[in-house]
Design a protein around this ligand. Structure first.
Ligand code: NAG
Ligand code: NAG
Ligand code: NAG
Length: 471
């Protein structure tokens, strides 16, 4: 009789089982934001805590640059306004300045970026006081500023500059500054044949996301590791068409930036202000009240365009007073400000944008303590004195009152915070000496500002008081 094989020894079997259990139960990514892997559903993705650096940053610079910077006329929506909407201003501009058979694609080779020096941009961004930058890696015209494998012959490496713009800026920003590097990406493209085909199927077909948008996004993230991914342009299609939740689950679970990346809310029709990372809600968004969710006010210094346009006049550009006001109001309501500039086709940043950026930097150098790393306060603005905005640092028991008009009386009345005699100190940022204050009835305080000539002012356009231990 053949002998029976010995019974399977129990011990190794148990060990194996234990090992298997351990493998199954181990946290997928120890130390990552929200250790559990995210599911491709909004319920799961929306629950991801926003990486902390973003709320602390408060101020970023948006850069709109692409083939539309060649005509640099009217708007970065040039192609659409000219060929789809047939707006006379654009049609006439082309008639007057270009041969009759000139196509938008012919602007591609003219996009030379001749003087583009990413190090100069990076140094200017640093000087602006911004903590992050968001570059349009591809706008609705579909021209990627990197050598996309999925946009053959219509990208900045094969055409125009013949340079990897995204790479050059990424390297310069990461090596010369402490800014976080971010990328804007338009999901749809106005005239891409596959997108148009999908659209005419009421987005039942999914050729464009499968062949173009999804592979491009994966490529963009793996190659350049952006820490902000600013989606835009859903083209009227739902997030299921874009496979947004599938992509974001990969971004949060597996991508090289899974722990630090932040995204916005423009991931498909109906997503805005509801799903994704932080909310943008609308261009130039201003809720006018506190939100329970982190948000960003994206706006542009040239009030009429995001891309550079040669037909802008000085009154079209927001003044530094207006920009400081935007920043202060936005931060007081808990938002971040993303302030846009549009470089020229040569890759230069016009003197007006440069001046605004340097002015913001000069203001933040003195008053940044009242902006960066702050939280909202009980009140967002003063109810007695107009143009006074509040931020706070609860751990340090500090409240900041930022005032945009220097009172003629030299006395600033603050009706919201009340000082504690013998405890509360008031200081003007950049001035450095404690200021006298008295109580204001029934609540609040009156701060005696120092008598300063215009040359002694620590900053212009706005000032900040640091108030300690107020109630
Ligand atoms: C680019 O700008 C940097 C910083 O201003 C400068 O040092 C460098 O020489 C510039 N490169 C070229 C090619 O002009
Ligand atoms: C869409 O996302 C799902 C995950 O939800 C993924 O399995 C699938 O491969 C994605 N499709 C494409 C085309 O990337
Ligand atoms: C200031 O705050 C009050 C209430 O706290 C509000 O009614 C008013 O609209 C605010 N002013 C501005 C300019 O937001």
């Amino acid at each position: 009789m053949p002998s029976r094989p010995p019974p399977c020894p129990a011990l190794p079997g148990l060990l194996l089982l234990l090992l298997l259990l351990l493998l199954l139960l181990r946290p997928a990514r120890p130390g990552a934001v929200g250790a559990a892997p995210f599911e491709p559903s909004w319920e799961s993705l929306d629950a991801r805590p926003l990486p902390e650096w973003f709320d602390a940053a408060k101020f970023g610079v948006f850069i709109h640059w692409g083939v539309y910077s060649v005509p640099s006329f009217g708007s970065e929506w040039f192609w659409w306004y000219w060929q789809n909407q047939k707006i006379p201003k654009y049609v006439d501009f082309m008639k007057d300045n270009y041969p009759p058979d000139f196509k938008y694609e012919d602007f591609g080779p003219l996009f030379t970026a001749k003087f583009f020096n990413a190090s100069q941009w990076a140094d200017l961004l640093q000087a602006s006081g911004a903590k992050y930058v968001v570059l349009t890696s591809k706008h609705h015209e579909g021209f990627p500023l990197w050598g996309s494998e999925y946009s053959w012959n219509w990208n900045a490496v094969d055409e125009g500059p013949k340079r990897d713009i995204v790479k050059e800026l990424e390297v310069a920003v990461r090596s010369r500054t402490n800014l976080h590097f971010g990328l804007y990406y338009s999901l749809f493209e106005w005239f891409h044949p596959l997108f148009l085909e999908d659209k005419s199927s009421s987005f039942q077909k999914q050729k464009f996301p499968v062949a173009k948008m999804l592979p491009e996004l994966y490529e963009l993230v793996t190659r350049y590791q952006p820490e902000v991914l600013w989606a835009d342009g859903d083209g009227g299609a739902p997030d299921s068409y874009w496979n947004s939740t599938g992509f974001l689950a990969w971004l949060y679970n597996e991508s090289p930036v899974r722990d630090t990346v932040v995204t916005n809310d423009r991931w498909g029709d109906g997503c805005i202000c509801r799903h994704g990372g932080y909310y943008t809600c609308a261009d130039r968004y201003h809720p006018g009240h506190l939100l329970l969710h982190k948000w960003e006010n994206c706006m542009t210094i040239d009030q009429l365009s995001w891309g550079y346009r040669r037909d802008a006049g000085i009154s079209d550009y927001l003044t530094i007073e207006e920009l400081v006001k935007q920043l202060v109001e936005t931060v007081a309501y808990g938002g971040n400000l993303l302030m846009n500039i549009g470089p020229t086709l040569d890759g230069t940043i016009s003197a007006i944008f440069e001046e605004r950026l340097r002015q913001m930097g000069a203001w933040l150098k003195v008053n940044g303590e009242a902006i960066y790393d702050t939280h909202t306060w009980r009140f967002q603005n003063d109810t007695f004195t107009p143009n006074v905005w509040y931020t706070s640092k609860p751990k340090e028991k500090l409240v900041y009152a930022i005032f945009l008009k220097w009172p003629i009386s030299g006395q600033l009345v603050l009706a919201q915070p009340s000082g504690i005699p013998g405890e509360t100190e008031v200081e003007l940022l950049g001035h450095g000496q404690p200021l006298p204050w008295t109580s204001f009835k029934p609540a609040g305080m009156v701060v005696q500002l120092p008598q300063l000539t215009i040359h002694q002012m620590p900053s212009r356009w706005g000032w900040a008081l640091r108030l300690s231990s107020v109630i």
